[in-house]
Ligand binder design. Structure first.
Ligand SMILES: NC(=O)c1ccc[n+]([C@@H]2O[C@H](COP(=O)([O-])OP(=O)(O)OC[C@H]3O[C@@H](n4cnc5c(N)ncnc54)[C@H](OP(=O)(O)O)[C@@H]3O)[C@@H](O)[C@H]2O)c1
Length: 334
């Protein structure tokens, strides 16, 4: 089969489009899927470059989010038939993450445990399904399950135009919260407005702390009224302390990643003085993914997909993520 795999870590350009990658064979309890769509994530940049403490079996086929049709089944698989439309939950606690520890979806075929399959409702396209697990599943857990986002909340979202960020905007608007979305180009800000953001900030030009205080009552911070209720920050780096400064007394700072650096300085004074909650959120559950599929099937949500690439162009897509050129999700269709 054709597959895009990483033989060696170090650089995105190490990715290889292999025309003769061995076809996967389904063992007991496993299925092989004919991949119709897979999506790229910033995680693929980390996989190519290497992350301290994470050892990856090489070569590895990347592509964490995979949707397609069941093409073959090993012994003992029940409840599935050839041709069924399925999304793979990439999390397998025993074997590891699909597209990182186990060959993933940037290939014509992909093997997975039958227990990882989720049926795709008729009203959901393969591309929309493939945009979900890593970015949207994580956003759902962070905003809804861990963050309890509510109608009365004012929420500041950094990196709002990316995969996780754009879903955070969609979920916050679905509950009726007031959204301030940050992005780095006029094009990204326009897309965020189109998604429903109430205010947008180009944080490469304007100090987002100042903008938040202009919007939300600096003088009354100590009286519980100034600042935002929630900041979504998966960027880390020099945005961390600034995010603490935007929060209302009792506010919550949500994090699920650190694109710009995982060892930022902090400032404990803000955490105690304003009784802030710093809340981590990691990955998703099947329930998160099924809820997202239902929103899309019911017409309540439309994933933001800006690029659909061929398999050969996977490397271009991973570069776009590293270079902050992506709006929403990039889909690869083998
Ligand atoms: N814990 C989990 O389970 C989990 C799951 C999914 C993702 N994550 C993490 O969440 C983060 C976002 O993932 P994603 O797939 O949504 O990424 P993405 O699509 O690339 O979006 C990230 C956005 O962050 C902004 N950004 C700010 N500083 C950046 C920098 N130094 N380099 C690159 N982008 C920067 C960019 O928007 P602007 O250019 O507009 O600033 C970019 O669009 C990553 O760190 C990822 O590892 C964690």
């Amino acid at each position: 089969m054709r597959a895009v795999c990483l033989p060696e870590q170090g650089d995105i350009d190490n990715l290889v489009h292999d025309e003769n990658f061995p076809d996967p064979e389904a063992g007991a309890g496993e299925v092989v899927i004919e991949v119709k769509a897979t999506s790229l994530n910033y995680h693929d940049v980390f996989t190519c470059q290497g992350m301290p403490g994470i050892k990856i079996p090489l070569p590895i086929v990347i592509g964490l989010d995979t949707a397609g049709e069941v093409a073959g089944m090993g012994p003992g698989v029940e409840g599935w038939s050839v041709g069924d439309r399925v999304l793979v939950n990439p999390l397998n606690l025993e074997k590891g993450l699909l597209g990182e520890m186990v060959n993933g979806g940037t290939a014509e075929l992909c093997k997975t445990d039958a227990g990882q399959l989720i049926r795709i409702p008729d009203g959901v396209s393969f591309a929309d399904a493939a945009s979900l697990p890593i970015a949207y599943g994580t956003a759902h857990r962070m905003m809804v399950t861990r963050g309890n986002i509510a109608k009365e909340d004012k929420v500041l979202i950094l990196g709002a135009s990316g995969g996780v960020g754009s879903c955070c905007v969609l979920l916050a608007k679905m509950v009726g919260a007031e959204v301030v979305a940050c992005g780095s180009t006029p094009e990204k800000l326009q897309v965020l407005k189109d998604l429903g953001a109430d205010h947008v900030i180009d944080y490469t030009k304007d100090d987002f702390v100042k903008k938040i205080w202009e919007l939300y009552d600096k003088p009354y911070r100590r009286a519980y009224t100034g600042g935002v209720d929630m900041v979504v920050n998966f960027t880390g780096g020099d945005t961390w302390v600034k995010s603490l400064r935007c929060l209302k007394r009792g506010g919550r700072l949500m994090t699920c990643g650190a694109t710009a650096g995982y060892g930022p300085e902090t400032d404990l004074r803000f955490i105690w003085t304003f009784e802030l909650d710093v809340r981590g959120s990691n990955s998703w559950t099947v329930d998160d993914l099924e809820k997202l599929l239902a929103y899309i099937d019911g017409g309540e949500m439309k994933p933001l997909i800006s690029e659909t690439l061929s398999l050969q162009d996977t490397v271009k897509g991973v570069h776009m993520l590293a270079d902050r050129q992506v709006i929403g999700k990039i889909i690869v269709t083998p």
